[in-house]
Ligand binder design. Sequence first.
Ligand code: TYC
Length: 103
Amino acid sequence: MSEESNANVQTSTSTQTTLTEPGLYHVYLLNDDYTPMDFVTEILKTIFRKTPQDAEAVMLKIHEEGKGVAGTYSHEIAEQKAIETTAQARSQGHPLNCTIEKA
Ligand code: TYC
């Protein structure tokens, strides 16, 4: 069989792509005994764009209940906010921690 005899042979390929929702993630701030209340309120205002009233309310909820949602974002943004929060806390010597959970 010559090379030329394949000239009109058709081939096809198919690709199956499964699309999934990007998904949203809660960033939780965790309570501890040492991080000052004012520092947590500042973090909630500056990193999580809360109003002063909301920041105070969320901080108190965390203080009383152990944890609370600071904000809800795409996975990438949630990770950035969590990293920024702990970086600022450590730079001031505070043990504040956060977690990310699928919303
Ligand atoms: N429990 C801390 C205190 O009494 C305040 C605090 C609130 C700490 C929220 C962390 O995520 C937190 N100083």
